[in-house]
Design a protein around this ligand. Structure first.
Ligand code: ADP
Length: 296
């Protein structure tokens, strides 16, 4: 029997292990694997619980800096992409529950509305860039303006092809100005996707998630793989890195994405701003307040 040990690496080590590797590519990552983690589901849950206060504290530090007159002005955008039923929604729920609504804003980018479609494709994304101190999680993103447009032939190649470069420059601009961009490609196996899509068909509470177009997209498995591969190869950079996260085990994907986020927050190397008030005077005022209330 193998002994479960849980996390094998620190956040930086895990991020390095899951960083997109152009040599092995998207295809080279086994969706069923659990790099950097030796354990079972219950160990994964414990590891998520152990990381939660660290992630929360790191975000609070980001926020405290944003409020301080001399604090760092930083924010972070986490992009989630992947096939249908890869688990993007579950990761979003996990991160929202971990950080809380005050520190994390989520946006699901669906088919553009008429208003969105009447603007440059980055318009709706710009509007969801977080204020200083916050984390934005994108459930799908500007990458759909390449992926969905290409796969569903919504516009000719001459329209989506230049977007690799436009997006790279856009993200570079964010990073240069204090907004980290962290990009996660979830990868799920054919069997696991089939099982998740099957659940949507047979379990009444999941029927609302069923979409016939997901099955049509599934038939084009290899074409999607190529499209993901192109996105990863053409838009990965050290400043706005892609990570490929195995997602057959939901608990692993949730833990791993949380840890990659933690790594990027820690790499900002922020400290809580020093108190800008007289501590003794504040303590004395607090004690006085107790006496005043008691005498009231
Ligand atoms: P999900 O599948 O993420 O749970 P939906 O069922 O609402 O959510 O699907 C969102 C759909 O919107 C996807 O099929 C996606 O490809 C599509 N979409 C997102 N962004 C764009 C875009 N910029 N252009 C065209 N389609 C898009």
């Amino acid at each position: 029997m193998t002994e479960s040990t849980g996390p094998l690496t620190d956040p930086a080590g895990l991020a390095a292990a899951l960083r997109f590797d152009p040599e092995s590519g998207f295809a080279g990552v086994d969706p069923h694997s659990t790099p950097g983690f030796d354990g079972k589901k219950s160990d994964g849950r414990s590891a998520q619980d152990a990381d939660a206060p660290l992630i929360r504290s790191a975000q609070e530090c980001l926020h405290a800096n944003a409020l301080a007159p001399d604090g760092a002005r930083r924010a972070l955008v986490l992009v989630l992409q992947g096939r249908d039923a890869a688990g993007k929604g579950g990761v979003v729920r996990h991160l929202s529950g971990t950080v809380g609504p005050h520190g994390l804003q989520t946006t699901a980018f669906g088919v553009p509305t008429d208003e969105e479609a009447s603007h440059h494709f980055l318009w709706r994304v710009q509007r969801r860039i977080p204020p200083w101190g916050r984390i934005a999680v994108f459930d799908r993103s500007h990458y759909e303006d390449i992926l969905a447009v290409r796969m569903h032939e919504l516009a000719p190649r001459s329209v989506w092809e230049p977007r690799y470069e436009t997006i790279t420059e856009f993200e570079e601009g964010l990073v240069l100005n204090g907004i980290d961009v962290v990009k996660i490609m979830l990868t799920v196996s054919q069997d696991e996707q089939a099982e998740r899509l099957r659940e949507r068909i047979v379990i009444p509470e999941k029927a609302w998630k069923h979409s016939a177009s997901d099955l049509e997209d599934r038939l084009r498995w290899h074409e999607y793989s190529e499209a993901f591969e192109d996105v990863l190869h053409r838009t990965d950079s050290d400043s706005a890195p892609w990570y490929v996260v195995p997602s057959d085990r939901k608990w692993y994907a949730r833990w791993a994405v949380g840890r990659i986020l933690l790594h990027h927050l820690e790499a900002m190397d922020l400290a809580f701003p020093p108190a800008d008030f007289d501590r003794d005077a504040a303590l004395a005022a607090l004690e006085d307040s107790a006496r005043t209330i008691a005498a009231d």
